[in-house]
Design a protein around this ligand. Structure first.
Ligand code: ATP
Length: 336
């Protein structure tokens, strides 16, 4: 396929995909052992319920949702590990089940806590093993190895045994290995889980660069909404197997109202002011944090009200933290 045709083909399409699992039910009580053996009970769980989704080539998409929402199931279906119960799936224009081998050469999948590195060998040995087994041409391998070594700062890591790497170093080595065959589309499950602040920043910076400069389509799942907001342009939320939101982060914020935070620093000893249309969240020393909904009170009105108070020394307005927005969303979904 030429490059033009590739760009026109969506990176992935889910068309009314449903996935049901059968789960064996056992009470765990001794008195039920015989009954469990003779009349085992099964429960059908609908992990994905008529999910339709299109992700275009070159996008960076956050795929989010609470525990058990259906994220891993989606990624397993997209990578051909699972068959959907109903519905159609294409990845880079191919069928993940029938075309698994050709797809493997164009896609990369990384499940956060799993590693493909050989534990008792230096990292470079695993890389060379992948090159041989995957039949990666010398030129492609050398080019990608150079790219990941530079961008992920790997020189020392390459010579180190995988078992001796820190979590952050191992994650970098895993992502590097994933990219050696030059995938056009990558699925990453929790790539920042457990990383310290610096390692996390490095990982986020690298993924953004990979998407922007190399055009790789990236689909990331994570429970850390701040990380997702920093990385992705689009967020798709799945809730109980259904797409509950698909858009950018600002639109996600506005789903729960246009909540903003304002930090008001007053002169020492001045108690928190009671301000119209603003909810006091907390006060510490002379800094008081309020929340307001800008769809109800425009920002200029808030500032106008505050300008009447000579006790105010400083002001800072910021968007409500995305984690809080999502917590309210989860709560509203739970109640429905
Ligand atoms: N192999 C399986 N057999 C039976 N049920 C399963 C299986 N895998 C997942 N499920 C069920 O499908 C639903 C979706 O699970 P899935 O692992 O896709 O969620 P998730 O969004 O990835 O969750 P998490 O964030 O906790 O990893 C859950 O109710 C889960 O119990």
């Amino acid at each position: 396929m030429n490059d033009m045709a590739r760009q026109d083909t969506p990176a992935l399409v889910l068309d009314k995909v449903t996935k049901e699992y059968s789960q064996w039910q056992r009470s765990g009580e001794t008195k039920d052992i015989i009954r469990n053996l003779l009349r085992p009970e099964k429960r059908v769980v609908t992990a994905l319920d008529q999910v339709s989704l299109v992700i275009n080539s070159g996008e960076f998409v956050a795929y989010a949702g609470a525990n058990g929402a259906g994220k891993s199931t989606t990624i397993k279906i997209l990578s051909g590990i699972l068959t959907p119960t109903k519905g159609g799936v294409t990845v880079l224009g191919l069928n993940p089940l029938k075309d698994r081998i050709p797809l493997m050469h164009r896609v990369g999948v990384l499940f956060g806590q799993r590693t493909e590195l050989w534990w008792d060998h230096p990292v470079i040995t695993s890389f060379q093993w992948k090159k041989d087994v995957w039949n990666i041409p010398d030129q492609v391998y050398e080019k990608n190895l150079q790219m990941v070594t530079e961008l992920l700062d790997l020189p020392d890591i390459l010579k180190t045994f995988a078992r001796e790497l820190s979590l952050g170093q191992r994650m970098r080595a895993d992502i590097a290995m994933l990219l050696l065959h030059g995938p056009e589309l990558i699925f990453l499950d929790e790539p920042t889980l457990g990383l310290d602040v610096l390692a996390k920043q490095q990982m986020i910076g690298f993924l953004k660069k990979l998407n922007k400069e190399y055009g790789t389509t990236v689909v990331v799942t994570s429970h850390d909404m701040d990380d997702l907001e920093e990385m992705a342009q689009r967020v798709v939320f799945i809730n109980k197997g259904k797409i509950a939101f698909d858009g950018d982060f600002d639109s996600l914020r506005s789903v729960m109202g246009g909540f903003y935070r304002i930090l008001v620093t007053t002169q020492p000893g001045v108690p928190a002011l009671s301000l119209p249309e603003m909810k006091l969240l907390h006060s510490e020393n002379d800094v008081h944090e309020y929340e307001f909904d800008r769809t109800k009170v425009p920002i200029h009105e808030v500032l106008g009200n505050l300008s009447n108070y000579s006790q105010i020394l400083d002001l800072e307005i910021k968007k409500a933290p995305i984690e809080d927005v999502v917590a309210s969303l989860y709560l509203s979904w739970k109640e429905n």
